[in-house]
Design a protein around this ligand. Structure first.
Ligand code: PXP
Length: 240
């Protein structure tokens, strides 16, 4: 069986927010992505609300037919939103004010981060929400994610996606593969994402250990030329 595709529709909301109007609607985009074969809809609610708004989460929590995966920082404000809306999954990510996009995985070697993540994971699970942690493909981070009690690790593929030389690409691919193998051995469900597109996703599917890919920017970019349904369908073919 091939890997599953989580379609991140944040940038549909980015376009809407650029004009301060009601369209394009990420809820409509989510439905179109699901019709085209998405297995999950992913959105990131940021502290500055630059794209996805709380109302989008409320609407998506009613409309998504597959699974709703909400990325967020493990802050009190975000946890309150998660516990109120109860999406299928919450992916805990780091967030730095002013960053253009998520800059790395959560660093669980840092004790305060590890403690706040562990209590967020426990609260999510208590509420019946699957807990995922976005982490760099590093043996220490994988071990810490397994120890946190989360069910899912999402491996950060940014370094792989940004690698330029063939040697660097192979090195970063190897890091993701070996982190995926350790995570799977530790009983974690393995997902991956960040910076993936039509030209770089296929090598990551070969190890057969990554069960889900979360992809946003490249799909919304391709949708400008091909339409969202075709963009999602073509990515689904590549990953499965
Ligand atoms: N996974 C996580 C944890 C992310 O923060 C993001 C970006 O919001 C993605 C996946 C998707 O990355 P991209 O938009 O580069 O496909």
């Amino acid at each position: 069986m091939g890997a599953e595709l989580g379609v991140n529709v944040d940038h549909v909301a980015t376009v809407r927010q650029a004009r301060g109007v009601t369209y394009p609607d990420p809820v409509r985009a989510a439905a179109a992505a699901e019709d085209a074969g998405a297995d999950q809809i992913t959105v990131h609610i940021r502290m500055d609300r630059r794209h996805i708004q709380e109302q989008d989460l409320i609407d998506l929590s009613h409309s998504v037919r597959t699974r709703l995966n909400v990325e967020m920082a493990a802050t009190d404000e975000m946890m309150a939103i998660a516990l109120r809306l109860r999406p299928h999954q919450v992916t805990l990510v780091p967030e730095r004010e002013g960053e253009v996009t998520t800059e790395g995985g959560l660093d669980l070697r840092d004790t305060p981060t590890r403690d706040s993540v562990a209590s967020a994971v426990a609260a999510l699970q208590e509420a019946g929400i699957r807990a995922a942690i976005f982490a760099d493909p590093d043996p220490d981070q994988v071990e810490a994610v397994a120890a946190s009690g989360a069910q899912v690790i999402e491996l950060n593929t940014a370094a792989y996606a940004e690698a330029e030389s063939e040697e660097a690409v192979l090195r970063e691919l190897g890091r993701v593969e070996s982190a995926a193998a350790s995570a799977a051995n530790a009983g974690l469900y393995v997902a991956a994402g960040h910076g993936l597109h039509y030209q770089n996703v296929e090598p990551l599917t070969r190890c057969g250990l990554i069960r889900e890919f979360n992809i946003g920017h490249s799909l919304v970019a391709q949708a400008i030329f091909d339409g969202l349904s075709t963009a999602v369908r073509n990515m689904k073919v590549l990953i499965s």
